[in-house]
Design a protein around this ligand. Structure first.
Ligand SMILES: C[S@@+](CC[C@H](N)C(=O)[O-])C[C@H]1O[C@@H](n2cnc3c(N)ncnc32)[C@H](O)[C@@H]1O
Length: 295
């Protein structure tokens, strides 16, 4: 695969603006959504109209909605039934707005995705997903200044209270889960298909966790071949300056770290890691070559 432009200006509009009218308003309650512009650009880059796009951890269905608007078909899996239902409702909303692709969503644990979706084995052109992690930086807040009440009120910061959700696991179990999901997704890809995942480094108790680096190793162990790493901007590009779109929590964590002497910055991008499924060896060609070998 030829490497493509490595920085995408995907943060020109705020997340809320990108979703207005295109997604049902209750979608904003999900704590860790992918930017629609990132999903749309990945789908446009790696697939053709009529092809199948899968998201194994689809949340409220951003990948699926952008896929059907671009004339692709989409299938999603989501552990939490509530988010899965909202993804279905967002897909119906997209169809009402004229999207031409079809989408389906199944509530389930994506660690068994190839077993749960046997009809889709070897069918997908693209698997696009964003995994759960670093829940400390999610959610909505209202400070005393806005609410008039003492302290900071925080809400919508959890995917659920189910401890089995991968969002609530420590790093080893999380990575083991990613390995199972990526290996299953590899089975769903057609030869030459692509897996793309957005991830960011995050801090856990002040320590930097290189999640993109971990995901790269896990994907390679799952049989995928690393192809590209693209920077998807979350900040906007203004007249000669970056337009900050960091959340309250990112700024709060950065300030807290700096007060302790750590040189922390608020992240203004997501890493998009791109992997391919290796093509199967052509057995006929290798047999012919061996027969012609004089030794
Ligand atoms: C970062 S969010 C994905 C959001 C999605 N890209 C969107 O824009 O709506 C990760 C999702 O993975 C789900 N999840 C966690 N463990 C899972 C599992 N084992 N199988 C499937 N989904 C899971 C979470 O409930 C959460 O909704």
């Amino acid at each position: 695969m030829t490497p493509i432009t490595s920085v995408w200006a995907t943060g020109q509009q705020q997340s809320r603006t990108q979703r207005r009218g295109r997604y049902l308003p209750e979608s904003m309650k999900h704590p860790g959504k992918m930017l629609p512009s990132i999903a749309a650009q990945v789908i446009d880059t790696y697939t053709q109209p009529g092809e199948l796009v899968i998201d194994p951890m689809c949340g409220i269905g951003t990948t699926l909605v952008e896929a059907v608007h671009l004339g692709r078909h989409a299938a999603g899996m989501e552990y939490e039934e509530g988010w899965a239902k909202l993804a279905v409702a967002n897909l119906a909303h997209a169809r009402r707005q004229g999207a031409t692709g079809f989408g389906t969503v199944i509530a389930g644990d994506a660690r068994g995705i190839a077993r749960l979706l046997p009809d889709l084995v070897s069918r997908a052109a693209l698997v696009l997903t964003s995994p759960p992690y670093g829940s400390a930086t999610h959610g909505h807040i209202r400070a005393t200044r806005d609410s008039g009440e003492p302290g900071i009120r925080k809400w919508n910061q959890r995917y659920s209270r189910d401890r089995a959700n991968l969002a609530h696991q420590g790093l080893p179990v999380l990575l083991d889960g990613f390995a199972q999901i990526l290996s299953g997704c590899g089975e769903l890809l057609r030869p030459g298909g692509v897996v793309a995942m957005t991830v960011r480094p995050y801090r856990h108790r002040g320590e930097l966790v290189d999640l993109p680096g971990h995901v790269q190793k896990v994907a390679q162990r799952a049989g995928l071949v690393f192809a590209d790493r693209i920077v998807c901007l979350l900040c906007g590009l203004g007249h000669g300056k970056l337009l900050n779109r960091a959340s309250f929590f990112q700024l709060y964590e950065a300030r807290k770290g700096r007060a302790r002497g750590l040189p922390i910055h608020a992240t203004a991008h997501e890493d998009l890691l791109v992997f391919t499924k290796p093509q199967p060896l052509n057995k006929t060609a290798s047999t012919v070559q061996r027969a012609a070998d004089p030794t």
